[in-house]
Write a protein that binds this ligand. Structure first.
Ligand SMILES: Cc1ncc(COP(=O)(O)O)c(C=O)c1O
Length: 621
């Protein structure tokens, strides 16, 4: 059985049953069954499935793991967490997140005014909101409005000018009050320690964010001068997302912990929390030996708790509350993108394409014999013979001794021999075989846009686990590269010898074949580009009832063509009128036909840009 590295990236969220990949929850339905049910309702393009039970699993694991660490070390501070909205702001993700996290006092982090409005609306009153990133007066005023609503909100100062603005806004909002109602204040520290991985520059002296030690002291003095030390309650840092190695976190924790303790000893009496940002990595790898993180969540939590306790003890201050803003860890696993294969692009290299003659050139006869008698024992020798014959036959063609049909037969037979020998020799991982795989790779045309649905692959070469939804009882033998349907050659996940993907040989005119991309739920969705005007795929939430049966909720269909054009600020009334006029005024068609064309046109405008099929149906023929 082929598992596509499920044991590495799957975290027990999915299981293989018979020949399909199934959700490891409730009645354990197969993804294929769910995809087919939605497609039967007429949604034929790519589908994004969201699983609230996986959001809940991540949140509860995060909280339970930290609680376990706290218990082990008898830690006095509390543990809190917020979800950073930048990681996924879509309502079909955020609303279930709020719903499943009710028991954890889980909050939201905002990095812009729009995100803050979402946080102010969706966070339960009392659950924490943290506000990071650069802020102007309006954004700071919004934080004050939130605190007046009763929200437990902390503004993280990224620079001294922000603090000056807070002091000014406080004056405007609280001038006449004896006891000001205002947000808590956090100070983001510019760490000496930098992170690891693609986002390492979020930490370190060169980082875009945070206060240096000199600025921290100045900020402290400013707060004291304005009687606002009672609001200073958090120090914050973030060393970068997808932290592959735990050691930079330990360094950062020591640095931040000592800053916390120093400020406290200086007189920051209300200071009570340390916010360690995000960074907890997700295992995206589906290949042995290529894993992307060297620590477990428990090790991460133990390190945070132990180091904070150690520093607090040695400096004689209270153990701080611990905040995390893990985003990727919470969101990545909750969604799966499913996209149908539309076509295989090397179908010409199959037996059906052979045009063997009654009498063929002797080398072609030999190739044919090699193909039909190749076995595990002789595969390597026959492969070398076939490659050798091909060179000779191509020379014969260049010299005019064989014709185009002979050349085509040569290409087909050699490709078939390579394919067969690779599958016979698959356990011999030699460089020669790897190179040959490049040559015979099949191009799978998939009904999705890489720019829209996997922008992190396009921009950052982020690998996402991918596998077919069924046939998992059959060894896939085709080295595969994936083409999307955009008119852009970057819309491809090429066959990668170091991270090879093998898919099944299939005849799309006879059977459907779907690919699923996993761990797609963090960061990417809002980055999705409308390149070629392909929009966000049709999405659904998949829930489970008390009997464990799944049901589908909140289907949001991919945007239709006319709405996409409208989004670009075209005047769609003019588009509508022009198309209508051009049909009605055409001299090439009669009245009946005009009516028919208009009907078709309006139907197509109301549908989305994804393809239905590129095979002609019986109706079309
Ligand atoms: C301040 C802050 N907190 C939290 C996060 C989330 O990080 P992650 O998704 O790695 O958990 C980020 C991401 O960039 C961030 O900038």
């Amino acid at each position: 059985m082929k598992s596509f590295g499920l044991n590495i990236w799957g975290d027990d969220n999915f299981i293989i049953k018979n020949d399909t990949i199934n959700i490891n929850y409730g009645s354990k339905p197969s993804l294929l069954q769910i995809a087919k049910e939605i497609r039967e309702k007429g949604y034929k393009g790519p589908l994004l499935l969201r699983f609230p039970h996986l959001i809940e699993k991540q949140i509860s694991t995060l909280f339970h793991t930290f609680e376990k660490a706290k218990k082990e070390f008898n830690y006095k501070g509390a543990f809190h967490a917020v979800f950073p909205l930048k990681v996924n702001q879509f309502p079909n993700f955020i609303e279930p997140l709020i719903d499943v996290s009710k028991n954890y006092n889980y909050g939201l982090e905002a990095g812009s005014k729009a995100e803050l409005i979402i946080a102010m609306t969706k966070t339960n009153i009392g659950s924490p909101i943290t506000v990071n990133g650069f802020k102007d007066k309006e954004m700071i005023s919004l934080c004050f409005i939130a605190s007046k609503m009763g929200h437990n909100i902390t503004i993280t100062i990224e620079g001294l000018v922000e603090l000056e603005t807070i002091i000014q806004v406080n004056h405007e909002f609280n001038n006449k009050l004896e006891k000001p109602i205002m947000p808590k204040i956090g100070m983001r520290i510019r760490l000496h320690s930098s992170g690891v991985g693609a986002w390492a520059k979020s930490g370190g002296y060169g980082s875009k964010f945070g206060l240096t030690s000199t600025e921290l002291l100045e900020a402290y003095d400013m707060l004291k001068k304005h009687g606002l030390l009672s609001c200073l309650w958090m120090v914050h840092f973030h060393i970068g997302s997808q932290m592959s190695n735990i050691s930079p976190l330990k360094k950062a924790l020591r640095e931040a912990g000592n800053i916390y303790a120093e400020l406290k000893k200086r007189g920051a009496y209300a200071l009570g929390a340390i916010n360690i940002g995000g960074g907890l990595a997700v295992e995206y790898s589906q290949h042995e030996g290529k894993t992307q993180r060297n620590y477990s969540l428990q090790e991460f939590a133990n390190d945070v708790v132990f180091l904070m306790q150690d520093i607090a003890k040695s400096k004689g201050v209270d153990e701080p509350d611990i905040f995390t803003e893990s985003g990727r860890y919470i969101a990545a696993s909750h969604s799966v993108l499913i996209a149908p294969v539309l076509e295989l692009f090397s179908q010409e290299y199959n037996e059906k394409g052979l045009r063997l003659k009654k009498k063929n050139p002797p080398l072609i006869e030999e190739l044919n014999d090699l193909y039909f008698s190749i076995s595990r024992k002789n595969a390597r020798e026959y492969l070398h013979d076939a490659l050798d014959h091909m060179e000779s036959l191509l020379t014969l063609f260049d010299l005019g001794y064989i014709d185009l049909e002979d050349r085509s037969n040569t290409e087909i037979l050699v490709n078939l021999i390579i394919k067969k020998s690779i599958s016979l020799l698959q356990y011999e991982d030699t460089d020669e075989l790897k190179k040959l795989q490049d040559r015979i790779q099949e191009k799978y045309l998939i009904n999705f846009s890489l720019f829209q649905s996997l922008p992190d692959f396009w921009g950052l070469s982020q690998h996402f686990p991918v596998m077919p939804l069924d046939k998992l009882d059959i060894e896939p033998v085709n080295p595969a590269s994936i083409w999307d349907i955009t008119c852009d050659s970057d819309g491809e996940i090429g066959f990668n010898r170091d991270l090879p993907l093998y898919l099944h040989e299939i005849d799309i005119s006879k059977e459907e074949y779907f690919l699923a991309f996993f761990l797609t739920g963090a960061y990417q969705e809002v980055l999705g580009m409308k390149h070629n005007l392909f929009t966000h795929p049709t999405e659904v939430i998949v829930c489970f009832d008390e009997n464990g049966e799944y049901y589908i909720e909140k289907l949001v269909e991919a945007q239709n063509i006319i709405d996409v054009i409208d989004d670009l600020e075209y005047d769609t009334n003019i588009i509508d009128k022009t198309l209508k006029y051009r049909i009605e005024e055409s001299n090439h068609i009669n009245k009946e036909e005009k009516k028919e064309l208009l009907g078709k046109l309006y139907l197509y405008l109301s549908e989305n840009s994804y393809l239905k099929t590129i095979q002609a149906t019986d109706e079309d023929r």
